[in-house]
Design a protein around this ligand. Structure first.
Ligand code: FE2
Length: 368
């Protein structure tokens, strides 16, 4: 038996943010970062929520255990009726961890956690994951629990129009990678495939427009939908070795997660397609969704890889680790250890092909 779960209410479309007026006048605890707290859209959010808002705007990238403790203390003091996360992956993950802490203390906001994502990328607004960093060891602690699933996700393009092009590119390629990996994952189903196909189709069609014309609300709206759809797919189907390798590399070299995915994805598609007919046929279909008229599986896979390479080029990404600002000579001594870390990563289990250590080293060499 398999199952497909979606427990988050998704609010979307023009002025979706205004729906938070349902909480107006209630005690609200809002989690964000110090930059976002100065933006016009954030001011609108606070105005909609009304006079009883407590703002915690101290979230930094890679939120730590200490930061969660600090936020939780303020959360408990504020005794909120609703918690609102406003931001990209870090403020959302931080708010999820604080809310879980409050749940465990029996003092959680009764209206639950509402998430307003300000990037189209992580998909954290619909997943039961949160990643917190142990400041003592620098280790990332992945938390997985139904308690971390937001009650409401608000997809309002006004929250993403101000995202700079580089972040739009990186987070957008993360979306394409989520959709692609979930689509060929060993635990993919008709339900996750429906979400992954639509996510890929929307992202192929709209990502570069978001990059070149950040204020295009229509393109931003479609890309925001793609991000959430891709996350629904991977939350249920899992991911693959693009993410395993990106996690390993990202733990050692300071390169954006989506950028690492972007440069690895074409190589992993070629690797998987050579060894799995089933995966190859699905990649070929993604090529078709990207606009290719190629016939036959092999030509379809080639068109899928070509489309991704073209999008990367249009976004100014890649093709290798050198273009990410990392000297390949600094990576070479760590290939063995990086491959071991990637092999142990949770995402490897659902890759359509079971890789060997040698395969993972070879894939890493390709981006050097
Ligand atoms: Fe990702």
């Amino acid at each position: 038996m398999s199952s497909f779960t979606l427990s988050t209410e998704i609010r979307f479309g023009k002025d979706a943010l205004d729906s938070l007026a349902q909480y107006a006048g209630r005690r609200a605890f809002v989690v964000t970062d110090s930059f976002l707290a100065t933006t016009d859209v954030f001011a609108t959010l606070v105005r909609i929520l009304g006079p009883h808002v407590t703002v915690f705007d101290q979230v930094l990238p890679n939120p730590t255990i200490a930061l969660i403790g600090q936020g939780l203390a303020q959360y408990l003091q504020a005794r909120p009726e609703v918690v609102v996360a406003y931001g990209g992956g870090s403020p959302i993950d931080a708010a999820k961890a604080m809310h879980k802490g409050a749940l465990e203390a029996g003092l959680a906001a009764p209206e639950g956690l509402v998430v307003v994502p300000t990037t189209s990328g992580s998909g954290s607004e619909v997943t039961g994951f949160s990643v917190i960093t142990d400041e003592a060891t620098h280790a990332k602690i992945p938390m997985v629990s139904p308690d971390l699933l937001p009650k409401v996700a608000v997809l309002d393009a006004r929250a993403v129009v101000g995202v700079p092009p580089r972040t739009t590119a990186d987070s957008g390629m993360d979306v394409i990678t989520h959709a692609t990996e979930a689509y060929v994952a060993t635990t993919a189903s008709d339900f996750t495939d429906a979400c992954a196909e639509k996510a890929a189709q929307l992202a192929f069609a709209h990502l570069t427009r978001c990059f070149t014309h950040g204020d295009d609300l229509e393109a931003r709206t479609r890309m925001h939908s793609a991000s959430t759809l891709a996350a629904i797919a991977f939350d249920n189907a899992g991911l693959g070795i693009v993410h395993s390798l990106a996690h390993a590399l990202g733990g050692r070299f300071p390169v954006a997660h989506g950028r690492l995915n972007a440069i690895l994805l074409p190589h992993v598609i070629a690797y998987n397609a050579e060894r799995s007919e089933h995966a190859a046929a699905k990649y070929a279909w993604l090529g078709h969704l990207a606009g290719s008229s190629a016939t036959g599986t092999r030509a379809g896979v080639v068109s899928c890889v070509a489309r991704i390479n073209k999008i990367n080029a249009e976004l100014g990404i890649g093709p290798g680790i050198k273009e990410c600002g990392v000297d390949p000579a600094d990576v070479r001594p760590h290939l063995d250890e990086l491959a071991r870390t990637a092999m142990a990563d949770g995402c490897t289990a659902t890759n359509p092909v079971v890789p060997t250590h040698t395969d993972l080293v070879a894939l890493l060499r390709q981006i050097l």
